[in-house]
Ligand binder design. Structure first.
Ligand SMILES: Nc1ncnc2c1ncn2[C@@H]1O[C@H](COP(=O)(O)OP(=O)(O)OP(=O)(O)O)[C@@H](O)[C@H]1O
Ligand SMILES: Cc1ncsc1CCO
Ligand SMILES: [Mg+2]
Length: 279
Protein backbone atom coordinates (compact mmCIF):
# COMPACT_ATOMS: atom_id res chain seq x y z
CA UNK A 1 0.00 0.00 0.00
CA UNK A 2 2.82 2.41 0.90
CA UNK A 3 4.50 1.35 -2.34
CA UNK A 4 1.34 1.98 -4.26
CA UNK A 5 1.03 5.51 -2.75
CA UNK A 6 4.58 6.33 -3.71
CA UNK A 7 4.01 5.12 -7.29
CA UNK A 8 0.91 7.28 -7.45
CA UNK A 9 3.02 10.38 -6.83
CA UNK A 10 5.56 9.28 -9.44
CA UNK A 11 3.22 8.07 -12.20
CA UNK A 12 -0.53 8.42 -11.63
CA UNK A 13 -1.28 7.32 -15.22
CA UNK A 14 0.74 4.15 -14.64
CA UNK A 15 -1.45 3.38 -11.64
CA UNK A 16 -4.63 4.08 -13.63
CA UNK A 17 -3.47 1.98 -16.57
CA UNK A 18 -2.60 -0.95 -14.31
CA UNK A 19 -5.96 -0.68 -12.53
CA UNK A 20 -7.79 -0.89 -15.87
CA UNK A 21 -5.64 -3.76 -17.19
CA UNK A 22 -5.89 -5.83 -14.01
CA UNK A 23 -9.67 -5.23 -13.81
CA UNK A 24 -9.99 -6.26 -17.45
CA UNK A 25 -8.17 -9.51 -16.70
CA UNK A 26 -10.44 -10.17 -13.70
CA UNK A 27 -13.75 -9.21 -15.30
CA UNK A 28 -13.13 -10.36 -18.88
CA UNK A 29 -15.92 -8.21 -20.38
CA UNK A 30 -17.71 -9.37 -23.52
CA UNK A 31 -16.92 -7.01 -26.42
CA UNK A 32 -19.06 -7.19 -29.56
CA UNK A 33 -16.97 -6.28 -32.60
CA UNK A 34 -18.57 -5.31 -35.90
CA UNK A 35 -15.37 -4.78 -37.81
CA UNK A 36 -13.65 -5.02 -41.18
CA UNK A 37 -12.47 -8.33 -42.65
CA UNK A 38 -8.77 -7.35 -42.47
CA UNK A 39 -8.85 -6.73 -38.73
CA UNK A 40 -10.93 -9.60 -37.36
CA UNK A 41 -8.12 -11.97 -36.42
CA UNK A 42 -5.64 -9.50 -34.90
CA UNK A 43 -8.44 -7.65 -33.11
CA UNK A 44 -9.84 -10.79 -31.48
CA UNK A 45 -6.33 -11.89 -30.49
CA UNK A 46 -5.51 -8.46 -29.05
CA UNK A 47 -8.67 -8.54 -26.91
CA UNK A 48 -8.00 -12.07 -25.71
CA UNK A 49 -4.37 -11.31 -24.87
CA UNK A 50 -5.47 -8.28 -22.85
CA UNK A 51 -8.04 -10.33 -20.92
CA UNK A 52 -11.32 -9.41 -22.66
CA UNK A 53 -13.73 -11.72 -24.44
CA UNK A 54 -14.24 -10.76 -28.11
CA UNK A 55 -17.21 -11.75 -30.29
CA UNK A 56 -17.33 -10.89 -33.99
CA UNK A 57 -21.12 -10.91 -34.27
CA UNK A 58 -22.35 -8.70 -37.09
CA UNK A 59 -25.61 -10.01 -38.52
CA UNK A 60 -28.56 -7.73 -37.87
CA UNK A 61 -30.60 -10.87 -37.19
CA UNK A 62 -28.48 -11.63 -34.11
CA UNK A 63 -28.34 -8.18 -32.53
CA UNK A 64 -31.63 -8.36 -30.56
CA UNK A 65 -30.54 -11.63 -28.89
CA UNK A 66 -26.83 -11.03 -28.53
CA UNK A 67 -26.15 -7.34 -27.95
CA UNK A 68 -27.99 -7.18 -24.58
CA UNK A 69 -25.27 -9.52 -23.20
CA UNK A 70 -22.30 -7.34 -24.10
CA UNK A 71 -20.30 -4.87 -21.97
CA UNK A 72 -19.33 -2.69 -24.95
CA UNK A 73 -19.56 -2.54 -28.73
CA UNK A 74 -16.83 -1.73 -31.25
CA UNK A 75 -17.90 -0.54 -34.70
CA UNK A 76 -15.31 -0.23 -37.49
CA UNK A 77 -16.22 0.79 -41.06
CA UNK A 78 -12.96 -0.40 -42.69
CA UNK A 79 -14.61 -2.64 -45.31
CA UNK A 80 -18.08 -1.12 -45.20
CA UNK A 81 -20.81 -2.16 -47.65
CA UNK A 82 -24.40 -0.89 -47.52
CA UNK A 83 -25.77 -4.12 -46.05
CA UNK A 84 -23.62 -3.79 -42.90
CA UNK A 85 -24.71 -0.30 -41.93
CA UNK A 86 -28.15 -1.20 -40.49
CA UNK A 87 -26.52 -3.79 -38.20
CA UNK A 88 -24.02 -1.21 -36.99
CA UNK A 89 -26.79 1.27 -36.25
CA UNK A 90 -28.89 -1.39 -34.54
CA UNK A 91 -26.01 -2.48 -32.28
CA UNK A 92 -25.18 1.12 -31.36
CA UNK A 93 -28.85 1.78 -30.56
CA UNK A 94 -29.14 -1.30 -28.35
CA UNK A 95 -25.95 -0.29 -26.51
CA UNK A 96 -27.41 3.18 -25.98
CA UNK A 97 -30.73 1.79 -24.72
CA UNK A 98 -28.88 -0.42 -22.23
CA UNK A 99 -26.53 2.36 -21.10
CA UNK A 100 -23.51 0.43 -22.42
CA UNK A 101 -20.59 2.21 -24.09
CA UNK A 102 -19.81 1.88 -27.79
CA UNK A 103 -16.75 2.96 -29.73
CA UNK A 104 -16.46 4.04 -33.38
CA UNK A 105 -13.41 3.47 -35.60
CA UNK A 106 -13.90 5.55 -38.78
CA UNK A 107 -11.33 3.49 -40.72
CA UNK A 108 -10.50 5.07 -44.09
CA UNK A 109 -13.43 7.48 -43.72
CA UNK A 110 -11.91 9.73 -46.41
CA UNK A 111 -12.15 6.98 -49.02
CA UNK A 112 -15.63 7.92 -50.25
CA UNK A 113 -18.64 10.07 -49.57
CA UNK A 114 -20.58 6.85 -48.85
CA UNK A 115 -18.23 6.02 -45.98
CA UNK A 116 -18.19 9.59 -44.66
CA UNK A 117 -22.00 9.79 -44.66
CA UNK A 118 -22.20 6.45 -42.84
CA UNK A 119 -19.75 7.64 -40.16
CA UNK A 120 -21.61 10.93 -39.68
CA UNK A 121 -24.85 8.97 -39.24
CA UNK A 122 -23.16 6.68 -36.71
CA UNK A 123 -21.85 9.72 -34.81
CA UNK A 124 -25.49 10.85 -34.46
CA UNK A 125 -25.88 7.71 -32.32
CA UNK A 126 -23.44 9.14 -29.76
CA UNK A 127 -20.39 6.92 -29.62
CA UNK A 128 -18.63 7.03 -26.25
CA UNK A 129 -15.27 7.27 -28.04
CA UNK A 130 -14.22 7.92 -31.65
CA UNK A 131 -10.66 6.71 -32.45
CA UNK A 132 -8.99 7.41 -35.78
CA UNK A 133 -5.63 8.32 -37.25
CA UNK A 134 -4.86 11.99 -37.98
CA UNK A 135 -6.41 12.03 -41.46
CA UNK A 136 -9.56 10.24 -40.31
CA UNK A 137 -10.19 12.69 -37.47
CA UNK A 138 -9.58 15.71 -39.75
CA UNK A 139 -11.99 14.29 -42.38
CA UNK A 140 -14.71 13.74 -39.76
CA UNK A 141 -14.26 17.17 -38.26
CA UNK A 142 -14.46 18.90 -41.66
CA UNK A 143 -17.24 16.50 -42.78
CA UNK A 144 -15.77 16.47 -46.26
CA UNK A 145 -13.51 14.16 -48.22
CA UNK A 146 -10.32 15.40 -49.88
CA UNK A 147 -7.07 13.62 -50.60
CA UNK A 148 -6.85 10.14 -49.09
CA UNK A 149 -4.41 7.29 -48.63
CA UNK A 150 -7.14 4.84 -47.65
CA UNK A 151 -6.55 3.25 -44.26
CA UNK A 152 -3.20 5.03 -43.76
CA UNK A 153 -2.78 8.58 -42.51
CA UNK A 154 -1.49 11.51 -44.53
CA UNK A 155 -1.11 13.53 -41.32
CA UNK A 156 0.78 13.50 -38.04
CA UNK A 157 -1.48 12.90 -35.07
CA UNK A 158 -0.54 16.36 -33.73
CA UNK A 159 -1.95 17.95 -36.95
CA UNK A 160 -5.40 16.72 -35.88
CA UNK A 161 -5.58 18.02 -32.29
CA UNK A 162 -7.75 21.06 -33.06
CA UNK A 163 -10.01 18.94 -35.29
CA UNK A 164 -10.32 16.38 -32.50
CA UNK A 165 -11.28 19.05 -29.96
CA UNK A 166 -13.90 20.46 -32.27
CA UNK A 167 -15.28 16.97 -33.08
CA UNK A 168 -15.41 16.14 -29.36
CA UNK A 169 -17.37 19.32 -28.67
CA UNK A 170 -19.83 18.82 -31.54
CA UNK A 171 -20.38 15.09 -30.92
CA UNK A 172 -20.09 14.81 -27.14
CA UNK A 173 -17.71 11.86 -27.69
CA UNK A 174 -14.19 11.42 -26.41
CA UNK A 175 -11.97 11.73 -29.50
CA UNK A 176 -8.72 9.79 -29.79
CA UNK A 177 -6.01 10.20 -32.46
CA UNK A 178 -3.37 7.52 -33.00
CA UNK A 179 0.13 8.24 -34.26
CA UNK A 180 3.66 8.84 -32.98
CA UNK A 181 1.94 10.37 -29.95
CA UNK A 182 -1.62 9.17 -29.31
CA UNK A 183 -3.85 12.06 -28.26
CA UNK A 184 -7.13 11.94 -26.32
CA UNK A 185 -9.51 14.86 -25.83
CA UNK A 186 -12.92 15.58 -24.41
CA UNK A 187 -12.94 18.96 -26.18
CA UNK A 188 -11.18 20.73 -23.30
CA UNK A 189 -8.52 18.46 -21.84
CA UNK A 190 -5.86 16.94 -24.12
CA UNK A 191 -3.42 14.23 -23.06
CA UNK A 192 -0.78 12.46 -25.13
CA UNK A 193 0.24 8.83 -24.69
CA UNK A 194 3.85 8.34 -25.75
CA UNK A 195 4.38 4.59 -25.70
CA UNK A 196 4.62 2.72 -29.01
CA UNK A 197 7.06 2.28 -31.89
CA UNK A 198 6.87 3.40 -35.57
CA UNK A 199 6.95 -0.24 -36.78
CA UNK A 200 3.38 -0.63 -35.41
CA UNK A 201 2.20 1.30 -38.49
CA UNK A 202 3.48 -1.62 -40.58
CA UNK A 203 1.10 -4.08 -38.91
CA UNK A 204 -2.24 -3.87 -40.67
CA UNK A 205 -5.14 -3.24 -38.32
CA UNK A 206 -2.96 -2.31 -35.35
CA UNK A 207 -5.07 0.86 -35.17
CA UNK A 208 -8.28 -1.17 -35.41
CA UNK A 209 -6.98 -3.34 -32.58
CA UNK A 210 -6.16 -0.45 -30.27
CA UNK A 211 -9.69 0.86 -30.84
CA UNK A 212 -11.04 -2.51 -29.71
CA UNK A 213 -8.79 -2.32 -26.65
CA UNK A 214 -10.25 1.12 -25.94
CA UNK A 215 -13.74 -0.45 -26.11
CA UNK A 216 -12.60 -3.04 -23.56
CA UNK A 217 -11.09 -0.46 -21.18
CA UNK A 218 -14.19 1.72 -21.49
CA UNK A 219 -16.32 -1.33 -20.63
CA UNK A 220 -14.46 -1.46 -17.30
CA UNK A 221 -15.16 2.19 -16.44
CA UNK A 222 -17.78 3.73 -18.77
CA UNK A 223 -18.06 6.93 -16.75
CA UNK A 224 -14.35 7.73 -17.18
CA UNK A 225 -13.96 7.16 -20.91
CA UNK A 226 -11.23 9.81 -21.22
CA UNK A 227 -8.98 8.06 -18.69
CA UNK A 228 -9.81 4.58 -20.01
CA UNK A 229 -8.96 5.62 -23.58
CA UNK A 230 -5.59 7.15 -22.68
CA UNK A 231 -4.76 4.07 -20.60
CA UNK A 232 -5.66 1.67 -23.44
CA UNK A 233 -3.40 3.59 -25.84
CA UNK A 234 -0.54 3.38 -23.33
CA UNK A 235 -0.93 -0.30 -22.59
CA UNK A 236 -1.05 -1.17 -26.30
CA UNK A 237 1.94 1.09 -27.01
CA UNK A 238 3.88 -0.40 -24.13
CA UNK A 239 3.23 -3.91 -25.48
CA UNK A 240 4.65 -2.57 -28.77
CA UNK A 241 7.72 -1.13 -27.02
CA UNK A 242 8.46 -4.46 -25.34
CA UNK A 243 7.57 -6.47 -28.44
CA UNK A 244 10.02 -4.40 -30.49
CA UNK A 245 12.85 -5.43 -28.18
CA UNK A 246 12.38 -8.96 -29.58
CA UNK A 247 11.02 -8.36 -33.10
CA UNK A 248 12.86 -8.57 -36.43
CA UNK A 249 10.13 -6.88 -38.50
CA UNK A 250 6.36 -6.32 -38.68
CA UNK A 251 5.36 -9.99 -38.65
CA UNK A 252 7.36 -10.88 -35.56
CA UNK A 253 6.35 -7.58 -33.91
CA UNK A 254 2.72 -8.61 -34.36
CA UNK A 255 3.44 -11.83 -32.47
CA UNK A 256 5.62 -10.26 -29.77
CA UNK A 257 3.19 -7.38 -29.23
CA UNK A 258 0.37 -9.82 -28.51
CA UNK A 259 2.62 -11.92 -26.25
CA UNK A 260 3.79 -8.78 -24.41
CA UNK A 261 0.21 -7.60 -23.91
CA UNK A 262 -0.61 -10.95 -22.35
CA UNK A 263 2.44 -10.86 -20.06
CA UNK A 264 2.45 -7.18 -18.99
CA UNK A 265 3.01 -6.93 -15.24
CA UNK A 266 2.38 -4.26 -12.66
CA UNK A 267 5.98 -3.08 -12.26
CA UNK A 268 6.42 -2.61 -16.01
CA UNK A 269 3.16 -0.69 -16.35
CA UNK A 270 3.90 1.57 -13.36
CA UNK A 271 7.42 2.15 -14.60
CA UNK A 272 6.94 2.65 -18.33
CA UNK A 273 3.48 4.08 -19.07
CA UNK A 274 4.06 7.66 -20.24
CA UNK A 275 1.12 10.04 -20.56
CA UNK A 276 1.47 13.84 -20.44
CA UNK A 277 -0.93 16.75 -20.56
CA UNK A 278 -1.15 18.92 -23.71
CA UNK A 279 -3.99 21.23 -22.61
N1 LIG B 1 5.22 6.89 -35.50
C1 LIG B 1 4.73 6.11 -34.54
N2 LIG B 1 5.44 5.89 -33.41
C2 LIG B 1 4.95 5.11 -32.43
N3 LIG B 1 3.75 4.47 -32.50
C3 LIG B 1 3.01 4.65 -33.60
C4 LIG B 1 3.45 5.47 -34.67
N4 LIG B 1 2.48 5.47 -35.62
C5 LIG B 1 1.50 4.68 -35.17
N5 LIG B 1 1.80 4.20 -33.95
C6 LIG B 1 0.97 3.29 -33.15
O1 LIG B 1 0.46 2.31 -34.02
C7 LIG B 1 -0.88 1.97 -33.70
C8 LIG B 1 -1.77 2.15 -34.93
O2 LIG B 1 -1.84 3.52 -35.20
P1 LIG B 1 -2.12 4.07 -36.67
O3 LIG B 1 -2.16 5.56 -36.55
O4 LIG B 1 -1.21 3.47 -37.66
O5 LIG B 1 -3.61 3.54 -36.86
P2 LIG B 1 -4.43 3.33 -38.16
O6 LIG B 1 -3.88 4.15 -39.28
O7 LIG B 1 -5.85 3.48 -37.85
O8 LIG B 1 -4.10 1.78 -38.41
P3 LIG B 1 -4.92 0.64 -39.15
O9 LIG B 1 -5.86 1.31 -40.10
O10 LIG B 1 -3.87 -0.17 -39.85
O11 LIG B 1 -5.64 -0.13 -38.13
C9 LIG B 1 -1.27 2.85 -32.52
O12 LIG B 1 -1.15 2.11 -31.34
C10 LIG B 1 -0.23 3.98 -32.56
O13 LIG B 1 0.09 4.45 -31.27
C1 LIG C 1 -5.99 -2.24 -45.16
C2 LIG C 1 -7.39 -1.98 -44.80
N1 LIG C 1 -8.30 -1.63 -45.75
C3 LIG C 1 -9.51 -1.43 -45.26
S1 LIG C 1 -9.60 -1.66 -43.60
C4 LIG C 1 -7.96 -2.08 -43.53
C5 LIG C 1 -7.29 -2.47 -42.27
C6 LIG C 1 -6.67 -1.32 -41.58
O1 LIG C 1 -7.59 -0.34 -41.24
MG1 LIG D 1 -2.37 2.75 -40.47
Amino acid sequence: MADQKQQEVINPWGVKSWTYLSSLRQQSPLIQCITNFVSMDIMANTLLAAGASPAMVHSILEIPDFTPHIQSVLINVGTLTPDWLPAMKAAASVANQLGKPWVLDPAAVGASSFRLKACLELIELKPTVIRGNGSEIITLSMASIGSTKGADSLHESSDAIESAKSLAKSSGSIVAISGSVDFVTDGERVVGAHNGVPMMQKITASGCSVTALIAAFVAIDPTHAFEATASAFSVFGLAGDIGMELAKGPASLRMHLIDSLHRLDQDTVLDRVTITSFS
